[in-house]
Design a protein around this ligand. Structure first.
Ligand code: 5SP
Length: 219
Protein backbone atom coordinates (compact mmCIF):
# COMPACT_ATOMS: atom_id res chain seq x y z
CA UNK A 1 0.00 0.00 0.00
CA UNK A 2 1.37 3.42 -0.94
CA UNK A 3 0.09 5.29 2.10
CA UNK A 4 0.80 4.57 5.75
CA UNK A 5 -1.56 2.44 7.82
CA UNK A 6 -2.15 3.80 11.33
CA UNK A 7 -3.18 1.47 14.14
CA UNK A 8 -4.98 2.81 17.21
CA UNK A 9 -5.65 0.13 19.83
CA UNK A 10 -8.78 0.93 21.84
CA UNK A 11 -8.14 0.76 25.56
CA UNK A 12 -11.82 -0.04 26.20
CA UNK A 13 -11.07 -3.70 25.48
CA UNK A 14 -8.15 -3.90 27.91
CA UNK A 15 -8.35 -5.51 31.33
CA UNK A 16 -9.05 -2.49 33.57
CA UNK A 17 -7.30 -4.24 36.46
CA UNK A 18 -4.12 -4.04 34.41
CA UNK A 19 -4.35 -0.77 32.54
CA UNK A 20 -0.69 0.13 33.02
CA UNK A 21 0.33 -3.16 31.42
CA UNK A 22 -1.98 -2.47 28.46
CA UNK A 23 -0.53 1.01 27.95
CA UNK A 24 3.02 -0.39 28.12
CA UNK A 25 2.11 -3.03 25.53
CA UNK A 26 0.95 -0.25 23.22
CA UNK A 27 4.07 1.82 23.95
CA UNK A 28 6.33 -1.07 22.94
CA UNK A 29 4.29 -2.05 19.88
CA UNK A 30 4.00 -0.73 16.32
CA UNK A 31 0.76 1.04 17.27
CA UNK A 32 0.62 4.67 16.15
CA UNK A 33 -1.97 6.10 18.53
CA UNK A 34 -3.79 5.01 21.69
CA UNK A 35 -7.58 5.28 21.28
CA UNK A 36 -9.59 6.29 24.36
CA UNK A 37 -13.40 6.01 24.40
CA UNK A 38 -15.19 8.42 26.72
CA UNK A 39 -18.86 7.48 27.27
CA UNK A 40 -21.39 9.30 29.42
CA UNK A 41 -24.39 6.95 29.60
CA UNK A 42 -26.46 9.58 27.75
CA UNK A 43 -25.14 9.85 24.21
CA UNK A 44 -24.48 6.11 24.34
CA UNK A 45 -26.02 3.52 26.68
CA UNK A 46 -22.78 2.84 28.52
CA UNK A 47 -20.30 4.61 30.80
CA UNK A 48 -16.62 3.90 30.24
CA UNK A 49 -14.05 5.98 32.08
CA UNK A 50 -13.35 9.66 32.61
CA UNK A 51 -10.71 12.23 33.35
CA UNK A 52 -8.91 10.57 36.31
CA UNK A 53 -8.23 7.50 34.18
CA UNK A 54 -7.13 9.57 31.18
CA UNK A 55 -4.83 11.55 33.47
CA UNK A 56 -3.15 8.36 34.72
CA UNK A 57 -2.91 6.89 31.23
CA UNK A 58 -1.37 10.14 29.97
CA UNK A 59 1.47 9.82 32.48
CA UNK A 60 2.50 6.48 30.97
CA UNK A 61 1.44 6.69 27.35
CA UNK A 62 4.16 7.46 24.79
CA UNK A 63 1.85 7.50 21.76
CA UNK A 64 -0.52 10.28 20.73
CA UNK A 65 -3.81 9.92 22.60
CA UNK A 66 -6.79 9.76 20.24
CA UNK A 67 -9.86 10.62 22.30
CA UNK A 68 -13.34 9.76 21.02
CA UNK A 69 -15.99 11.66 22.98
CA UNK A 70 -19.29 9.74 23.05
CA UNK A 71 -20.95 12.32 25.27
CA UNK A 72 -23.65 14.96 24.89
CA UNK A 73 -22.38 18.51 24.34
CA UNK A 74 -18.76 17.36 24.05
CA UNK A 75 -17.62 20.99 23.79
CA UNK A 76 -17.99 21.25 27.58
CA UNK A 77 -14.83 19.19 28.00
CA UNK A 78 -12.50 20.44 25.26
CA UNK A 79 -10.39 22.46 27.71
CA UNK A 80 -10.14 19.61 30.19
CA UNK A 81 -8.90 17.12 27.60
CA UNK A 82 -6.44 19.68 26.31
CA UNK A 83 -5.07 20.08 29.85
CA UNK A 84 -4.72 16.30 30.08
CA UNK A 85 -2.37 16.34 27.09
CA UNK A 86 -4.67 14.74 24.54
CA UNK A 87 -3.48 15.01 20.92
CA UNK A 88 -6.66 14.28 18.92
CA UNK A 89 -10.15 15.17 20.06
CA UNK A 90 -13.02 13.59 18.16
CA UNK A 91 -16.55 14.95 18.57
CA UNK A 92 -19.70 13.31 17.27
CA UNK A 93 -21.55 15.12 14.50
CA UNK A 94 -24.79 14.05 16.22
CA UNK A 95 -23.79 15.49 19.61
CA UNK A 96 -22.68 19.01 18.79
CA UNK A 97 -24.70 21.74 17.07
CA UNK A 98 -21.76 24.12 16.58
CA UNK A 99 -19.12 21.81 15.17
CA UNK A 100 -17.44 24.52 13.12
CA UNK A 101 -16.85 26.68 16.20
CA UNK A 102 -15.50 23.75 18.25
CA UNK A 103 -13.26 22.39 15.50
CA UNK A 104 -11.68 25.85 15.30
CA UNK A 105 -11.34 25.95 19.08
CA UNK A 106 -9.67 22.52 19.21
CA UNK A 107 -7.18 23.75 16.60
CA UNK A 108 -6.55 26.98 18.52
CA UNK A 109 -5.54 24.83 21.48
CA UNK A 110 -3.09 22.93 19.27
CA UNK A 111 -4.93 19.62 19.07
CA UNK A 112 -6.11 17.74 15.98
CA UNK A 113 -9.87 17.75 15.48
CA UNK A 114 -11.99 14.83 14.36
CA UNK A 115 -15.67 14.33 13.64
CA UNK A 116 -17.33 10.95 14.19
CA UNK A 117 -20.41 9.66 12.38
CA UNK A 118 -22.82 7.09 13.75
CA UNK A 119 -23.71 4.23 11.38
CA UNK A 120 -26.99 5.88 10.32
CA UNK A 121 -25.48 9.32 9.63
CA UNK A 122 -24.69 9.98 5.96
CA UNK A 123 -21.16 11.02 5.04
CA UNK A 124 -22.30 14.08 3.08
CA UNK A 125 -23.19 15.95 6.30
CA UNK A 126 -19.45 16.61 6.45
CA UNK A 127 -19.22 18.38 3.10
CA UNK A 128 -18.92 21.89 4.60
CA UNK A 129 -16.47 20.97 7.32
CA UNK A 130 -14.32 18.16 5.94
CA UNK A 131 -11.70 20.62 4.60
CA UNK A 132 -11.14 21.87 8.17
CA UNK A 133 -10.82 18.62 10.08
CA UNK A 134 -7.96 16.19 10.59
CA UNK A 135 -9.95 13.00 11.14
CA UNK A 136 -13.22 11.59 9.83
CA UNK A 137 -14.22 8.77 12.18
CA UNK A 138 -16.58 6.28 10.59
CA UNK A 139 -18.29 4.26 13.31
CA UNK A 140 -18.61 0.74 11.97
CA UNK A 141 -20.71 -0.38 14.98
CA UNK A 142 -23.28 1.51 17.00
CA UNK A 143 -21.13 3.30 19.57
CA UNK A 144 -21.23 2.31 23.20
CA UNK A 145 -19.68 -1.14 23.42
CA UNK A 146 -16.60 -3.02 22.32
CA UNK A 147 -16.77 -6.49 20.84
CA UNK A 148 -19.57 -5.90 18.31
CA UNK A 149 -19.61 -7.13 14.71
CA UNK A 150 -18.46 -4.79 11.93
CA UNK A 151 -21.43 -3.37 9.96
CA UNK A 152 -20.66 -4.26 6.28
CA UNK A 153 -22.35 -1.10 4.92
CA UNK A 154 -19.51 0.86 6.58
CA UNK A 155 -17.30 -0.07 3.61
CA UNK A 156 -19.60 1.97 1.38
CA UNK A 157 -19.39 4.92 3.78
CA UNK A 158 -15.59 4.72 3.85
CA UNK A 159 -15.53 4.91 0.03
CA UNK A 160 -17.87 7.91 0.15
CA UNK A 161 -15.70 9.62 2.76
CA UNK A 162 -12.62 9.02 0.60
CA UNK A 163 -14.38 10.52 -2.43
CA UNK A 164 -15.43 13.57 -0.41
CA UNK A 165 -11.90 14.05 0.91
CA UNK A 166 -10.37 13.82 -2.56
CA UNK A 167 -13.02 16.13 -4.06
CA UNK A 168 -12.55 18.84 -1.43
CA UNK A 169 -8.77 18.59 -1.11
CA UNK A 170 -9.16 17.81 2.58
CA UNK A 171 -6.16 16.35 4.39
CA UNK A 172 -8.37 14.41 6.82
CA UNK A 173 -7.51 10.82 7.65
CA UNK A 174 -10.30 8.27 7.64
CA UNK A 175 -10.43 6.36 10.91
CA UNK A 176 -12.65 3.29 11.23
CA UNK A 177 -13.86 2.12 14.61
CA UNK A 178 -15.79 -0.98 15.61
CA UNK A 179 -15.42 -4.67 14.87
CA UNK A 180 -12.10 -4.24 13.08
CA UNK A 181 -10.09 -7.44 12.91
CA UNK A 182 -7.63 -9.33 10.72
CA UNK A 183 -10.46 -10.73 8.58
CA UNK A 184 -11.88 -7.35 7.50
CA UNK A 185 -8.89 -4.99 7.87
CA UNK A 186 -7.68 -5.36 4.27
CA UNK A 187 -11.13 -4.55 2.84
CA UNK A 188 -11.42 -1.54 5.18
CA UNK A 189 -8.03 -0.20 4.07
CA UNK A 190 -8.75 -0.84 0.37
CA UNK A 191 -12.01 1.10 0.77
CA UNK A 192 -9.93 4.13 1.79
CA UNK A 193 -9.32 3.97 5.54
CA UNK A 194 -6.06 5.30 6.97
CA UNK A 195 -6.52 4.46 10.65
CA UNK A 196 -7.80 1.21 12.15
CA UNK A 197 -9.15 1.36 15.69
CA UNK A 198 -8.97 -2.12 17.17
CA UNK A 199 -10.15 -3.05 20.65
CA UNK A 200 -11.03 -6.72 21.05
CA UNK A 201 -8.84 -7.92 18.19
CA UNK A 202 -5.80 -6.43 19.97
CA UNK A 203 -6.42 -6.69 23.70
CA UNK A 204 -8.22 -10.05 23.60
CA UNK A 205 -5.44 -11.54 21.48
CA UNK A 206 -2.88 -13.83 23.13
CA UNK A 207 -0.16 -11.45 21.95
CA UNK A 208 -1.43 -7.85 21.53
CA UNK A 209 1.85 -6.60 20.01
CA UNK A 210 1.71 -9.33 17.37
CA UNK A 211 -1.98 -8.52 16.68
CA UNK A 212 -1.00 -4.87 16.13
CA UNK A 213 1.87 -5.94 13.85
CA UNK A 214 -0.42 -8.15 11.76
CA UNK A 215 -3.05 -5.41 11.38
CA UNK A 216 -0.42 -2.87 10.38
CA UNK A 217 0.97 -5.13 7.67
CA UNK A 218 -2.25 -6.77 6.54
CA UNK A 219 -1.90 -5.45 2.97
O1 5SP B 1 -16.00 3.36 20.16
C1 5SP B 1 -16.02 2.18 20.32
C2 5SP B 1 -17.23 1.51 20.84
O2 5SP B 1 -18.20 2.46 21.02
C3 5SP B 1 -14.82 1.40 19.92
O3 5SP B 1 -13.61 2.15 20.01
C4 5SP B 1 -14.62 0.06 20.51
O4 5SP B 1 -13.85 0.13 21.68
C5 5SP B 1 -13.93 -0.80 19.50
O5 5SP B 1 -13.87 -2.06 20.06
P1 5SP B 1 -13.88 -3.36 19.17
O6 5SP B 1 -15.13 -3.32 18.33
O7 5SP B 1 -12.64 -3.28 18.31
O8 5SP B 1 -13.85 -4.45 20.17
Amino acid sequence: MDRPVFIAPSLLAADFLHLAEAVEQVNKSEADWLHLDIMDGMFVPNISFGMPVVESVARLCQKPMDVHLMIVQPERYIDVFHQLGVHHLILHYEASVHLHRYVEYIHQLGMQAGVALNPHTPVDVLKDIVHLIDIVLIMSVNPGFGGQAFIPHSLHKIREAKELILKTGSLAKIEVDGGVDLQNAADILRAGADVLVAGSSVFRAADPAQAIHLLKHVL
